[in-house]
Design a protein around this ligand. Sequence first.
Ligand SMILES: C[S@@+](CC[C@H](N)C(=O)[O-])C[C@H]1O[C@@H](n2cnc3c(N)ncnc32)[C@H](O)[C@@H]1O
Length: 254
Amino acid sequence: MSLRFHEIAESRHRILNPFTDDKLDLLGELCQPPPGTRHLDLACGKGELLGRWAATYGSHGTGVDISEVFIAAARTRAAELNVTDTLTFVTADAATYAKQAEPRSYDIVSCIGATWIGGGLSGTLDLMRPLLRPNGLILVGEVFWNSTPPPEAITALGLDDHTCLSLAQTAATMDEAGFDLLDMVLASPDSWDRYTASQWWTLSDWLRDNPHDPDAPAVHDALRQWRTSHLEYGRQYLGWGVFILRPAIPLPTP
Ligand SMILES: C[S@@+](CC[C@H](N)C(=O)[O-])C[C@H]1O[C@@H](n2cnc3c(N)ncnc32)[C@H](O)[C@@H]1O
């Protein structure tokens, strides 16, 4: 049900994270991938990042996602953007795909908003690092706490199984994993609303159109819970951003 809930809730979204178009474009301006850049996007959703960068910068990419619905949307979007020649989309578990991919074969490896694929931030960075070519970049999208949340916020936001850190602790985890944090683009309360609040209308329409669907009661309950937790806790406590990293190089000993 969880995956189907997201497929329904995000059926009108292109970007499946708390970024607006401007913020996604800013990420491209910061990274400036040269033409021919090889990019692997793990948990790529509807492939908007890959599609835009292929169209704007001439990068080549592979997107992997577990949802057939999202992968189908990614292929349609790539056709709209005229970049089907340079992009490939695969329906698969991203961690399995990453473990079987050829080492050192990508200039950019990204995982935007799905660090559970590696059991958390550190594990996901471990999955991504071997796939990078020398001088490659990692882009990782991750949640963090804006301030210490009460325990009920963690449960209400469904983050019991996710180690969610403060922004500074998130940066420290990247440092301990052996990466230089080069830059970041963060969501704002407004961009969170565009991601989250805009799903309420989509879900409400779906419930009106599909009242007899076997998942309708669960979707109804999930919508109410999702809306309440965002208003009560998410807007105040939850941050999100995309972090641009590269493997750290040890300083030469004097
Ligand atoms: C928050 S969305 C982010 C999607 C995309 N990166 C974006 O920013 O638009 C999380 C994505 O992870 C995908 N996903 C969840 N578990 C996965 C797994 N084990 N392997 C691959 N994709 C997965 C979902 O289908 C969904 O597209």
